[in-house]
Each structure stands twice: as structure tokens, then as C-alpha cells.
Design a protein around this ligand. Structure first.
Ligand SMILES: Nc1ncnc2c1ncn2[C@@H]1O[C@H](COP(=O)(O)OP(=O)(O)O)[C@@H](O)[C@H]1O
Ligand SMILES: [Mg+2]
Length: 431
């Protein structure tokens, strides 16, 4: 099989607000072969859009090989088209004019442009809407325009960046079904599709291969080949099993680093979630029909929270020893069971105990406050410490989370006005 797109050892760094370079992609190897749909999954901020923009020729890589059909990509290519989450339509142009735009850029003559745009509008279910303005259309219809504008150029490679995630679930499903029909029915000349998504089911329903990205910096962590024929039935056992598998891989903590090197590291991941979310997941999990053990995708659907909020929540529950996440399942630990049954005071005590044991940042704050004669300290030194390894906004956010958790666990108190931390019950709350 011929490679349409090939990346080897690609690296990309951006300069952050304070001028320090931050590596977003490192050592990324990736190929899109002729005839393939590949889905790229990863947490938000893991560099998926950056990778897509490099392939689209919108930004250059800092290092590594980036090729389209064996030639280096040095800028936008006429064979590669992209669909954006935000639709990116021109509001003052009609649907027809928006679709023709891509062809104009390629120097196609007006009559041919009109003809091809008409044909594409028919194909994508927009016939009769050519003279409408984007604002007159629903979100789903607007994204059809975005897709038509990409497909009208007869791209060899189609890139889709979260193209369905701004749409409601049903509209998204319909649209992705339509794209698959065009692809599987060979009604478009496109030879390869790369979709970025954070929707696991979408990836499993569409892709021949799923690539899971890890964050900081983004690298390819797992690759899963899917040989099931399309159209796939979302309820079929093989499909459910794959969704489970991908869920399991995505919620897995990165391989443990040697205890000596990292165990006490103060920036050791504090997943960005709050106590409220953790407790609602625990309670849902403890109740019927789960009784302490659930299929992650199913539980996720029941919580009605987006994956982006759920993944850190599952991770936090695992980190605190309240639940155990493995291969697409989540189960309460015996401590988790006790926790759910406990009254408020006991819950907080258990939470505090688990924080001290498992979250080095919280333990460190507590210890330093204990060492301090007045039992109080400003928060700034902790932010400084975290900034040794994290970007300023991440450092700030991680401390915020650790403070929220620690207050709940009654390890320390915090005064928003003064930015000071103190041991609980040491008087002088206001200084
Ligand atoms: N032009 C840019 N300048 C500085 N930082 C950027 C730029 N583009 C992306 N980033 C940063 O790179 C990281 C990855 O971003 P992105 O590729 O959009 O992730 P994803 O699509 O996986 O959510 C983020 O931390 C983001 O803030
Ligand atoms: Mg993105």
C-alpha cells in the first residue's frame, strides 16, 4: 500500500507566554496509507490539531520528515483539504460561494466552478440551499457546507478536526454516516481520511485504524487496527468490545516511572477535576444497575458529562484508590465502597487520608504548613516550584485543584483574598 502521508520523528514546540519553548509533539511517526481512514484520539491539548495543521501544510514541523506522496510538505497542497470544528464559513458569502471558494483558489474557471459546486451540493444533501447565507442554516447544515467546500476540490486526502463535535449527537451521527457512504460507495475520489476526534465511539465506527496520542509531549502511544466492515452497528458486541478496549487504553495512566526518580515529584499529575464530579461518579457506580462495577462507556453515557471531564475524574478516582480502572471497566475498591456509604465527616477524613498518601503536592503543602511556626504560608512558593516543570497557567491550575481537594480533605484551609494557606483550626483566618 502506498503512503499518502508519512511523518517520521516529527517534533514541534511552541513558545509559551513567558517565552519558554514548550514541546507539543515529539518523536511522532505516522502514516496514512492509500485506502485508509485513520482516527487520532487523545486528550485535549495533546497536539492533535497541531499534527493536522502540519499535515495540511498550514504550519511547519520543527524537525523530522513530513511527506505527502513521497514529497516534502512545504505549504498548503491542492490534494489535501480540511474540515474544521468551527465550520469556518464566510458569513457574508452564500452557500454556493463558500463552496466555490476552494476551487477559485485552484484557478478553476467560473463555469466549471459553478457546475462542480452544484454537483457537490447535491451529493452532500444541500441542493436548494445554494443561495442561502450560513446564518440561515442549522449547525448540521453549516457543517455540510464545510464538508462540501473541502470535497469540491476532489482532495486526495481529507483531514477532519473534530468536525462533528460542535453538533448535537444525532446530527453528528447522520453526517458521519453520510461521509462513510460517500467513501465506502466510492462516490468521492478521496484516497485517505484522517479524523481527529475525542469521541471514542465515532472513531470506532469510522476508522480502519485508531491512533491514541499521549500528552506532554504528544506521541503515538497505541495503535489499534479495526477490520470490521462498514457500516458498523454501534450495538454489535464486536463494536462494544472495541469501544471498551479504547476506553481502557485512554484512561490508563502512563507507564509508572521509577519510584526513585518520580514518586516524590511534586508535580506528579493532579488530574484536573473536582470533588463534586468524583462523588457523582462514585455514587452512580455504587447504585443500580452497576452495583460497584461498570462498563466505562456505559457509565460515561449515564453521567452525561463530556469525556474531557470524565477522563480526569476516572484518573483521580484511581489515583486516590477509590476505584480501579482497567480495560474499559471501572470498579469501586473496598475503600470506595466505604466512602460511598460514609457520612460527610467520614468522607472528608477518608479523602484527606488518601490525598496524603497519593498526591505528593497535597502532602507537601501539609508538611510545610506543619513545619511553619504559625501554620500558615503564602501560595506563591508552591506555584514557583511547580513552574520548574510546568507552564505558568498549568502550574496555577494544578495548585488550584490541589487546594480544592485539600480543603475538602481538611488538610489545609485557603483564603482567596490573601492567597494564603493555613492548617485547619489555627485561628487567625484573616491576616
Ligand atoms: N500557535 C500556537 N502557539 C502556542 N501554543 C500553541 C499553538 N497552537 C497550539 N498550541 C499549544 O499546543 C498544545 C497542543 O494544542 P492542540 O494541537 O490544539 O491540541 P489538541 O488538538 O490535541 O487539543 C496546547 O497546549 C496548545 O496551547
Ligand atoms: Mg484540537
Amino acid at each position: 500500500m502506498e503512503n499518502l502521508v508519512e511523518l517520521k520523528n516529527v517534533k514541534k514546540a511552541f513558545r509559551s507566554a513567558d517565552g519558554a519553548p514548550r514541546t507539543v509533539l515529539e518523536g511522532v511517526d505516522f502514516t496514512l496509507s492509500d485506502g485508509e481512514i485513520v482516527a487520532l484520539l487523545g486528550k485535549s491539548g495533546s497536539g492533535k490539531s497541531t499534527l493536522l495543521r502540519i499535515v495540511a501544510g498550514l504550519i511547519p514541523a520543527d524537525a523530522g520528515k513530513v511527506e505527502y506522496r513521497g514529497r516534502p510538505i512545504r505549504g498548503p497542497l491542492s490534494g489535501v483539504a480540511m474540515v474544521f470544528q468551527s465550520f469556518a464559513l464566510f458569513p457574508w458569502l452564500t452557500v454556493q460561494q463558500n463552496v466555490e471558494l476552494g476551487l477559485e483558489a485552484q484557478g478553476v474557471a467560473p463555469a466549471a466552478r459553478r457546475e462542480r459546486a452544484d454537483a457537490m451540493l447535491d451529493l452532500i444533501g444541500l441542493s436548494g440551499f445554494g443561495s442561502a447565507l450560513p446564518r440561515e442554516l442549522s449547525g448540521g447544515m453549516r457543517q455540510r457546507v464545510g464538508i462540501a467546500r473541502a470535497l469540491v476540490t476532489h482532495p486526495d486526502v481529507l483531514l477532519m478536526d473534530e468536525a462533528f463535535s460542535a453538533l448535537d449527537v444525532l446530527t453528528g451521527e447522520t453526517l458521519r454516516g453520510d461521509i462513510l457512504d460517500l467513501w465506502d460507495g466510492k462516490r468521492i475520489p478521496t484516497r485517505g481520511i484522517l479524523i481527529v476526534s475525542h469521541n471514542i465511539e465515532e472513531a470506532v465506527m469510522m476508522a480502519d485504524r485508531i491512533i491514541i496520542f499521549s500528552s506532554d509531549p504528544g506521541r503515538v502511544r497505541h495503535e489499534i487496527r479495526i477490520d470490521l466492515p462498514r457500516p458498523r452497528n454501534a450495538d454489535a458486541p464486536e463494536v462494544r468490545a472495541l469501544i471498551d478496549e479504547v476506553y481502557g487504553l485512554m484512561t490508563m495512566r502512563p507507564a509508572a516511572t521509577p519510584a526513585t526518580a518520580r514518586a516524590a515529584a511534586i508535580d506528579y499529575r493532579v488530574p484536573d477535576t473536582d470533588v463534586g464530579r468524583m462523588e457523582s461518579v462514585l455514587e452512580l457506580l455504587a447504585g443500580a444497575p452497576y452495583d460497584g462495577r461498570a462498563d466505562l462507556p456505559q457509565l460515561s453515557e449515564d453521567t452525561e458529562l463530556p469525556d474531557e471531564e470524565l477522563f480526569p475524574t476516572y484518573e483521580a478516582l484511581g489515583l486516590l484508590g477509590l476505584a480501579h480502572v482497567e480495560r474499559g471497566d471501572i470498579a469501586l475498591t473496598s475503600l470506595g465502597r466505604r466512602y460511598v456509604q460514609a457520612d460527610q465527616a467520614l468522607r472528608q477524613a477518608l479523602f484527606g487520608q488518601q490525598l496524603l498518601k497519593n498526591v505528593p503536592l497535597a502532602a507537601r503543602i501539609r508538611r510545610q504548613l506543619e513545619d511553619e511556626p504559625g501554620g500558615a504560608l503564602p501560595e506563591d512558593p508552591f506555584i514557583d516550584l511547580l513552574e520548574d516543570t510546568l507552564e505558568a497557567d498549568q502550574a496555577k491550575r494544578m495548585l488550584e485543584v490541589a487546594i480544592e481537594w485539600g480543603r475538602y480533605g481538611e488538610l489545609y484551609e485557603y483564603d482567596y483574598h490573601t492567597g494564603r494557606l493555613k492548617l485547619p483550626g489555627t485561628g487567625n483566618a484573616k491576616e
